[in-house]
Write a protein that binds this ligand. Structure first.
Ligand code: PLP
Length: 360
């Protein structure tokens, strides 16, 4: 068996020990005589798996007791509608900070449910930087302020938390949740599709301050109503059981590796390796403002884009896949989430050096 270094932006690479344990338990989970996939979501066994995953998430992210964790479905794009349906009714309007493709998409979807205002946009810098808070024109009557903490396509990331006063801060953390310690108490709501840093697709994580429950617009589908899901402990309807099980194994793995501080330190080391190389090269480039660079998704371009195909082909031959940039921006992108080992980044940098020597 040969496993590749998978730089996919999502669904993304998972820790090998997690996959091995899942394989071992596939046909018979801990003497139950069945796979987790076959269990009743209301049975004692799955309820235990569910509770353990939730407890681990609370522990790792240090989620205060005043917050509700929800395991939902529909992905982050589903949440682009579900968030406004549940929250925008407070005042009928919300602020959306634009830092790239994903936040623009969130703002677009929210317009269906209320008035959307844009306190600031990274447009002027072609979304190569996060506009500093001094430039934001926040609406004190907004129901919430929405940000995307890490723009997976553009490669910019918030390395600070915005101050929004009494207006709840909502963050799409799909591509950097669990990559570093954060102070949950500074947010009203955090959401993330699981398939970047937590587990398989199908599971969507929502962490919401309990006082924000109960504001849903009457049109909100019951399965997407935070209050109804909270009252049912995320079991109003059948949750994505197998994805929750794998997420639980990943969370256990993260805990065993030393928790968030240790994970953040490793992620910073991996990203530095790649950015240091890019900055020293006149052959590859990354145009993102240094202080706003993503530690999770590193887009880079060759000076001569005619060499892109050769670069990607060579990478694949060396067991490094999914390095093609998003179709909207071209070039290359290395997604180096928690489960990407440093060896993968080292192998990529070695190959980039070799490619530069040959073609530079
Ligand atoms: C991947 C991603 C999405 C899309 O998530 P889905 O689960 O496919 O709906 C949205 N926002 C960000 C920041 C992402 O990285």
């Amino acid at each position: 068996m040969t496993r590749v270094f998978n730089f996919s932006p999502g669904p993304a690479t998972l820790p090998e020990p997690v996959l091995r344990q899942a394989a071992e338990e596939m046909l018979d989970w801990q003497g139950s005589g069945m796979s987790v996939m076959e269990m009743s979501h209301r049975g004692k066994q799955f309820m235990g798996i569910h509770a353990e995953a939730e407890d681990l998430l609370k522990e790792l992210m240090q989620i205060p007791a005043s917050y509700q964790v929800l395991f939902m479905q529909g992905g982050a794009l589903g949440e682009n509608a579900i968030v406004p349906m549940n929250l925008i009714g407070a005042t009928g309007r919300a602020d959306y900070v634009l830092t790239g493709d994903w936040s623009k998409k969130s703002a677009q979807e929210a317009k269906i449910y209320g008035e959307v205002n844009v306190p600031v946009s990274g447009d002027a810098s072609k979304f190569t930087a996060v506009p500093p808070q001094s430039q934001w024109k926040l609406d004190p009557g907004a129901s919430y302020v929405h940000i995307c903490s890490n723009e997976t396509i553009g490669g910019v990331q918030f390395h600070w938390t915005p101050e929004t006063g009494s207006v709840p801060l909502v963050a799409d953390m799909s591509s950097d949740i669990l990559s570093r310690p954060i102070d949950v108490s500074q947010y009203g709501l955090i959401y993330a599709g699981a398939q970047k840093n937590i587990g398989p697709s199908g599971l969507t994580i929502v962490v919401v301050r309990k006082d924000l429950l109960g504001r849903a617009l009457p049109i909100t589908p019951s399965a997407f109503n935070y209050q109804i899901q909270a009252a049912a402990d995320s079991m109003y309807n059948t949750p994505p059981t197998y994805s929750i099980y794998i997420a639980g194994l990943v969370l256990k793995h993260v805990k065993a590796q030393g928790g968030m501080a240790a994970v953040a330190e490793r992620n910073a080391r991996k990203a530095k390796l790649l950015y240091d190389f890019l900055d020293g090269s006149s052959f590859f480039r990354n145009p993102i403002a240094h202080q706003d660079r993503s530690l999770m998704n590193v887009p880079f371009w060759l000076k001569d884009t005619a060499l892109d195909a050769a670069f990607l082909h060579g990478a694949e031959q060396r067991g490094m896949i999914q390095l093609k940039g998003h179709r909207s921006v071209g070039g290359m992108r290395a997604s180096i989430y928690n489960a990407m080992p440093i060896e993968g980044v080292q192998a990529l940098v070695e190959y980039m050096k070799e490619f530069e020597r040959q073609h530079g």
